[in-house]
Ligand binder design. Structure first.
Ligand code: APR
Length: 241
């Protein structure tokens, strides 16, 4: 099956890739829902990854993201991230990378034009609409930092549950999914929309790379049960035209 999928990749002119937390698992970044390593195994997402949770307890949520930022800063992109970046460099314009991950590892591996649907954990934004006084170069230190004039809080620049995805990235991702000849769905449980919906709208072949079953298996033309860092280098190796 892997050779057949390599053939599909070789003949696909437009490839869309959707990645999730499993893409970064072999870099040592915990996934969300895996029972053993999943971040959610330790707490209820509604307690931390929502605007309401942040407003209720800014320090707790800020510190949780700070601990994740610290952990992510210590890890490296894996062979799967590098395989995707290398393919993009060998075939400019042929592969669009959409990720639900906020760890920045695709970008660090050299992928370009990454559509980061859920934001970037390394960046901050303002909790409330910024006023003229809210200047990123003049924030007051704190947990979390804030505007030194009006007290507007800084927050992680990630998409929390219930928040809208960045319209430009989502629109580009939907366009890539709607026009691809092949979609690779890597390391995602496929339970969070609209990201998971991209795989259901792809007109071409859908290939899933995952170590376990997912909600999207039913729409796949091929389900490859293997770790992303091991399989992607094989699927995307240079001989794929
Ligand atoms: N290779 C491939 N797949 C893997 C690997 C691996 N080495 N390790 C784990 N997986 C798979 C798991 O089997 C699971 O299907 O990765 C998937 C991870 O699923 P989740 O933990 O649900 O993460 P994800 O799908 O990215 O979650 C989507 O939900 O919590 C929100 O915003 C958060 O972006 C996240 C979104």
């Amino acid at each position: 099956m892997n050779d057949e999928v390599r053939g599909w990749i070789g003949s696909a002119r437009r490839i869309a890739v959707l990645t999730g937390a499993g893409m970064s698992a072999e870099s040592g970044v915990p996934t969300f829902r895996d029972a053993l390593t999943g971040l959610w195994a330790k707490f209820d997402p509604a307690q931390l990854a929502t605007e309401e949770a942040f407003r209720a307890n800014p320090a707790l949520v800020w510190n949780w993201y700070a601990s994740r930022r610290e952990a992510i800063a210590k890890v490296e992109p894996n062979a799967g991230h590098r395989a995707l970046a290398d393919f993009q460099q060998r075939h400019p314009g042929r592969l669009t990378l959409v990720t639900q991950n906020v760890d920045g590892l695709h970008q660090r591996a050299g992928s370009t034009g990454v559509l980061a649907l859920h934001g970037n954990i390394a960046a901050d934004s303002w909790l409330d609409l910024p006023r003229n006084c809210c200047r990123e170069d003049d924030v007051q230190a704190g947990t979390p930092p804030s505007c030194s004039v009006c007290g507007n809080l800084r927050r992680p620049a990630v998409v929390w549950f219930g928040e809208a995805l960045p319209p430009a990235a989502l629109g580009a991702a939907q366009n890539a999914a709607a026009h691809c000849d092949l979609m690779l769905v890597v390391g995602t449980s496929g339970v969070v929309y609209p990201a998971a919906g991209l795989a259901r709208r792809a007109p071409g072949k859908v290939v899933i790379v995952n170590t376990g079953p997912t909600d999207l298996d039913e729409v796949a033309d091929a389900v490859l049960r293997a770790p992303a860092a091991q399989l992607l280098p094989q699927l995307l190796a240079a001989t794929a035209r």
